[in-house]
Design a protein around this ligand. Structure first.
Ligand code: 3NM
Length: 217
């Protein structure tokens, strides 16, 4: 179940779409076939307070229209206030076990990890999936680590075959195949869709590519 929603995992904040309307980009991405959406309203120029809440609510409603899970990055209070489908946290955010306690057993919990040990701890704390990256160089995360290729994905997939993995960082239609071959259930990406002039078609092409590769695995 979780593996299916990780196939094409779109992440975006209102600051990621340049001159385009972020809600329009999100709707087109949903029409193109993204399987999950994470609101990552973070960093310079991100919305705060009531503006953030209101934008998040609009994103969630769009996701509901297209029956796509809506995940909130790092803001447990917002996720609970909206009754979002889940939350995604990094290693620097609140501890995963505490977040699991706050959100209860039903909501999706994703945790960013960078090695086998962190993956083990995330699973133990109740994570439904782990995000592993950056696979390639990314310009969408200010404090991104050094790109690690697909090595960690492969190691975690071998050690924990039942823990769903999504690869992240610099992924495009042209370079995503190794992530799936390494054992990733899917790819998470921001700019490939958010910076595209044709997000619907871009999402569709990405989704088609992923389905093709998964069929062969
Ligand atoms: N997390 P793009 S890389 C949000 O390595 C995020 O954990 C990363 O954006 C990690 O698809 C990243 O534009 C940014 O490279 C991904």
């Amino acid at each position: 179940m979780i593996k299916n929603i990780l196939r094409l995992y779109f992440i975006m904040g209102s600051m990621n779409t340049q001159e385009n309307d972020p809600l329009d980009v999100l709707e087109k991405a949903l029409q193109g076939g993204v399987t999950c959406f994470q609101l990552r309203e973070k960093g310079v120029a991100s919305l705060q307070g009531q503006e953030k809440y209101s934008f998040a609510e609009k994103c969630m409603k769009l996701c509901q229209t297209y029956h796509v899970p809506f995940i909130v990055n790092d803001d447990v209070e917002l996720a609970l206030a909206l009754n979002a489908d889940g939350i995604h946290i990094g290693q620097e955010d609140e501890a995963a076990a505490l977040v699991r306690k706050k959100i209860g057993p039903e909501k999706i919990l994703g945790v960013s990890v960078h090695n086998v040990e962190e993956a083990f701890l995330a699973q133990k704390a109740g994570a439904d999936y782990v995000g592993i990256g950056p696979v390639y160089t990314t310009s969408s995360k200010e404090d991104a680590r050094i790109p690690a290729g697909t090595k960690v994905i492969e190691q975690v997939a071998i050690q924990y075959p039942n823990l769903p993995i999504v690869g992240i960082g610099g992924l495009t239609e042209g370079n995503l195949v190794p992530v799936i071959r390494a054992g990733g259930a899917g790819v998470a990406l921001i700019s490939a869709i958010a910076s595209s002039q044709d997000p619907r078609n871009q999402a569709k092409q990405l989704r088609d590519k992923i389905e093709q590769v998964l069929e062969k695995e």
